[in-house]
Structures are given as structure tokens and as C-alpha cells.
Ligand binder design. Structure first.
Ligand SMILES: [Fe+2]
Length: 291
């Protein structure tokens, strides 16, 4: 059997096709692109890339300043291959009814603009909740949004937060019935060690990393750290945390390419497509993370 296959491939090699230098060049170019990850990011090979962290809604936080900026952000996202976005405006305790209705209107407006993109972008609503005393109460009374109305709640902490503070917050959220998604885990003082991320993950927290960190936006050391976490299967989600069009743009393609090369295509799909899809549907992703 092996011999027959070998014979066939020798015959193939000896045919005119494989003797043609142009064909050989195309073959090696395709192989190179596959190895480098460029080819595997072709439209045909990807499913829907979902940005799970974005400040794209106009006039509700320090993200997009107005509808025109939101439209430009959507255009960039479409070019980057993003086909769904969870809008996650900042939420802190004490936000007024007026603010909440502005958030709803901003979401409706952005969703309408997103539907006009080519290809259209689907919008979902959430919040990035700054964890504090009133966070759980805000989730329970509906002023703070979970991600697409599921049990997943995107939360952030002050950058200097120690591990024990984050751990207590995670336990509180889980006890209250939520699944905490920790926004940009690479930022916190108390999560700079791999074992700390492992520990929080054991409690049931979901880990999100920013795309810009993967491309070196926080420096070489942090980039190396998040890639190490990914290689250990500890990162669940990738998000842009986009805030505008000049800086902190909704860019993800380069990060996906880096993950393809350094960690692997399967893992890239897991954290940018499969896990976000499950989160939008409210399905459990724990136990299925890893490579
Ligand atoms: Fe954010």
C-alpha cells in the first residue's frame, strides 16, 4: 500500500505539472503562506470573528465621541474581518436613567450603521463593569448589562489590584450567579504570574486579552507573557478594546496572525470565534479551553 502511494507521488512528480517551474513556485509560495499563517486567514477559511470588547457606542464613555467616529470604527472593523461586535461601554456605579437611555439609543444607532457595512456586522450589547461595591446590585437590577443578556459579565479592576482583591471579586460574582470575564488580564498587578491566572481560572473566571497586547502594544515582555498564557491554554477570549480611530483602533488581524504563528491556528479560532460564539449563546466554555 505504501509502495503504491509512493509510486503514485513519484509519477505525479514526473508529470508535466511538477516539471513546470511556475507550478513549483506557486506550490512553494502556498506552502510558505500556510506556514506563516497568512494563507490560513483567507476569508474562505475563517468563520465569524467576534470582537468581545469594544467601546464603539458613541457618546457614552471615553470611547467613540460621536456617530461619525463609530461609523469609521465599523469600517475599520469590517476591513479587519470582524463580523460581530459586543459593545461594552464602561459601567460604574451611580449611573443615571438619562445615561442608560442614551446607551440604548447609541446601541440602536450603531447597530443600524453596522448592518450597512460590507459585509454587515452584527452588534450585541454588554458592559465593561468596573468592579466595586455596587457592581452586583447593578447587574441584578439590570442597569449593568451582562454580555448579550447571558450570565457572562465583563469586569475590570484598577491596574494595581492585588491578586487577593481580584480573587474575592471573582468569588463574589460567581456566588451571585454570574460568570466573570476578566477584561484585559495582562494589565493587573495581581495577575502578572501564570499561577495566579491558573488559580482564578480554577474558580471559574474567563480570561480576555487585548489584541494590541499580542502585537506588542504593552511592550515585548507582556507580549511574551500573554503568548505563554495562550500556549498553556489559559486565555479564553481576544478583544480589541477599541476606543476610536486614531489610537486604540478596532484592529485584530495582525494579532490573529501572530497567534497563528506562535500558538497555532486552532487556538486562534478557539479564542476569536468559537468561545465568543458560545458566550453569545450563553453556553459553558470552561473545560474546553486549551490546545
Ligand atoms: Fe475596555
Amino acid at each position: 500500500m505504501v509502495k503504491i502511494q509512493l509510486k503514485k507521488s513519484v509519477d505525479k512528480y514526473n508529470s508535466g505539472l511538477y516539471n513546470n517551474p511556475a507550478c513549483i513556485c506557486v506550490y512553494f509560495l502556498c506552502s510558505f503562506l500556510r506556514i506563516t499563517g497568512v494563507y490560513s486567514l483567507d476569508k474562505e477559511e475563517t468563520r465569524v470573528v467576534i470582537d468581545v470588547h469594544s467601546h464603539i457606542l458613541p457618546g457614552v464613555d471615553d470611547g467613540s465621541k460621536n456617530p461619525e467616529v463609530s461609523r469609521k470604527m465599523l469600517e475599520i472593523a469590517a476591513e479587519e474581518g470582524i463580523e460581530a461586535i459586543i459593545a461594552t461601554p464602561h459601567f460604574e456605579g451611580g449611573m443615571t436613567e438619562k445615561f442608560l437611555s442614551r446607551r440604548e439609543k447609541a446601541f440602536e444607532l450603531t447597530s443600524a450603521m453596522a448592518a450597512e457595512m460590507d459585509p454587515p456586522i452584527k452588534m450585541y450589547l454588554g458592559n465593561e463593569i468596573f468592579y466595586g461595591e455596587s457592581a452586583i446590585e447593578a447587574l441584578e437590577n439590570g442597569t449593568a448589562n451582562t454580555l448579550n443578556g447571558t450570565d457572562y459579565a465583563l469586569v475590570e479592576f484598577p491596574v494595581y489590584s492585588e491578586f487577593s482583591y481580584i480573587e474575592k471579586a471573582i468569588k463574589n460574582l460567581i456566588y451571585a450567579g454570574y460568570i466573570p470575564v476578566i477584561a484585559h488580564i495582562e494589565r493587573y498587578e495581581g495577575m502578572k504570574k501564570k499561577y495566579q491566572v491558573e488559580e482564578l481560572k480554577k474558580h471559574g473566571a474567563v480570561m480576555q486579552v487585548n489584541a494590541s497586547t499580542v502585537t506588542g502594544g504593552m511592550g515585548w515582555g507582556i507580549k511574551r507573557y500573554v503568548l505563554k498564557l495562550m500556549k498553556a491554554g489559559l486565555v479564553d477570549l481576544l478583544g480589541t478594546d477599541a476606543h476610536g480611530v486614531n489610537r486604540r483602533r478596532p484592529e485584530i488581524r495582525e494579532a490573529l496572525s501572530v497567534i497563528d504563528k506562535k500558538v497555532g491556528r486552532e487556538y486562534r479560532i478557539l479564542i476569536s470565534e468559537e468561545n465568543p460564539e458560545k458566550i453569545l449563546r450563553g453556553e459553558n466554555i470552561s473545560g474546553k479551553v486549551g490546545i
